[in-house]
Design a protein around this ligand. Sequence first.
Ligand code: GLC
Length: 586
Amino acid sequence: MKKMPVWLTLVIVVIACNNNPSSDTGKKDDTKFAGIPDRKWWKEAIVYQLYPRSFKDSDGDGIGDLRGIISKLDYLQSLGIDAVWLNPIYSSPNDDNGYDVSDYRDIMKDFGTMEDFDALLKGLHERNIKIVMDLVVNHSSDEHEWFKQSRSARNNPYRNYYHWWNAEKGKPPYRYSLFDINHDAWMYDSLTNAYYLHYFSRKQPDLNWENPQVRKEVYDIMKFWADKGIDGFRLDAFQFVSKDTTYPAFPKGFEKNFILYYAMGKNLHGYLQEMNREVFSKYNMMSVAEGAGNTFEDAHNLVDAGRKELDMAYAFEGVDIGNPKGYDFLRFKEVYSRWDSAFAEKGWLSVFLANHDQARMVSRFGNDGPAYRDVSSKMLNTFVLTMRGTPYCYYGDELAMTNIGFDKIEDYRDVPTLNEYQYQKKTGGNMQEFMEKIKNSCRDNGRTPFQWDTTAHAGFTSGTPWIRVNPNYTSLNAAAQEKDPESVLNYFRKLVKLRKENPVLVYGKYTLLDKSNPKVYAYTRELNGEKWMLLLNFSKDAIDYNFHEYKTINKSLVLSNYADAPEVAGPSVKLRPYQAVIYKML
Ligand code: GLC
C-alpha cells in the first residue's frame, strides 16, 4: 500500500481536530457524548458559587480573603466542580459587600492583592477549575473616580457617565430604589443642584449605558480580566442597564412590578451584541446575566446562540418560590418543567436553588430540623445536579448549611435590610412582622461563614467574624463530614461525579412524570437510547410510590440518599422522608 505523505497526514489531523465536536469542551471525546450537537464546556460544567467574604479568612481580620480561598483549593478540587463563580472582589468601600466597585482593576483591600488574585487563578487552573467573575456595571460605587468627577461639576467630562436630573426642572419622575432608606432612587446632590439615579443604594449610582464612552470603559475592563485568563463573567443586575433617559413618569404603584419597567430596556440587546462582538467573541468565555427578563421570549432573546449575546439564562421564577414556612410544591414542579420545555430546543438555562441573595436552600426548600436536614439537603442537591441546564451550587449547600435566623437587628449586615428596618420604623410598619420576615428571608442567612471544623468560629477566622457564625457549626462542619462516608458532602461528591460521567444528566431530554403528585417530584432524563428516572420525595412522609407506566420495566439503582436501597414492592417503591432515588431503566 502506498504510504500517505506526511503533509497530508497533518492536514487530515488538523481538519479532524477542527471538526471535533468536543473541542469546545476542552475534553477528549467519549462515546457517551457521541452525536451530541452544540457541546460547550459551560453546558457540561458544574459551577460552585463562592462568597469570598465568608469562605476562609487567612489573616485574622474576620473577613474571608483570596489567600483563604487559596488555602482551600484542594477542598474545591475534591468537590469535582468545574468552575468557581466569585462574588465581586474588586476595590470597594463595601456598602453592599463589593457590589459597589470603586476600582474595577484592583482587588478589595480586605481580600488581598492582585498577586494573590494571580496566584488564585493559577491554582484554580492547575486543578482544572475555571473562574467566573462577577461584573457589576449597572452601577459603580459613589467612591469610584468616575463618579467623583461626574458629581464635581455639570460640565465635567464624566458628567454623562451617570444619570443626572437638574433640580431647576423640578423633582424627577419617581423611580423606586430597591435599597434606599426612602425607596427613592433619585438622590439630591447640592454640589451641582441635581439628582442622580441609584436603583440600589445611594452609594451605588447607576452608570449611563447610553453613553458609548461608558460602554467602551466596561469592555476595556472586561478585556483586562479576560487577558489575565479568567473564564467567564456573571453580569450583575444587567437587565436594568438600558434606560429611557427622558425618564418618563411610570404609573402609580409600578414599583410592585418594577421589573416590568426596569428590565429589558430598548437598547439592551444592542449593548449585549456590542459586548459580545468586542469581548466575548474574542475569548473562550462563558457569560450569564442575572435575571432573564419578563417572558420566555426575553430569555431566549438574551441567550439563543444565533443572537450572539449571552450563553445562558439565569431566571428567578423557580428560586423565588422557596419559603421556610412552606411553598407551593406543584407550582415548583410546574415552573421548572415549563422553563425546561421552553428551552428544550434552543438556548440554555442555569439551574439553582440558592445564591448570595437568598436564604439557605435547605431552609427554604427542604427541612432544616435536625431529623431531616441532611437527607433533605441531599435530595435538593440531587435535584440541582440532575436537571437539564448548568447547575450552580452555592458554597455551604454541599454541607447542608442552614439559615442562622437572627433575632436582633444588630446582628444583620445586609444594607437593604438595615435600610428597610429604618423605613419600616419611620413609616409605622409592624416591626414584629418585619423581624420575623427577615429572620426567614434575609440574604444574610446565606452569607454566614463557611463551617470548616469545630474550632473557634468554625475554623473560618482566628479573629472576630464580620457576621456571626451559625452556632450549629459544632456538629455541622466539613471536617466531620469528610470522615463520614454517608455525609451530605460525600453524597454531593458522588452526585457531581455521576453528572460528569453521564451526559444523559447534562443533555438528556427531561420529562415530568406524575405532575399532580403533591409530594413527589418524578422525572426522566433520556439520551441516545438511555433512560434514567428520578424520584424525589419533597415531603417528610413515607410514600408508596407507584411506578405507573414504568412498573414493568427493569431498573437498576444508581444512587439514593439513604444508606440502604429503597424497598421495591410490586408496582411501587417505598420512598422514605425526603428520599431521592436515581434509577437507570434497563
Ligand atoms: C445583584 C446582586 C446583589 C446586589 C445587587 C446590587 O442583585 O446579586 O447581591 O446587592 O445586584 O449590585
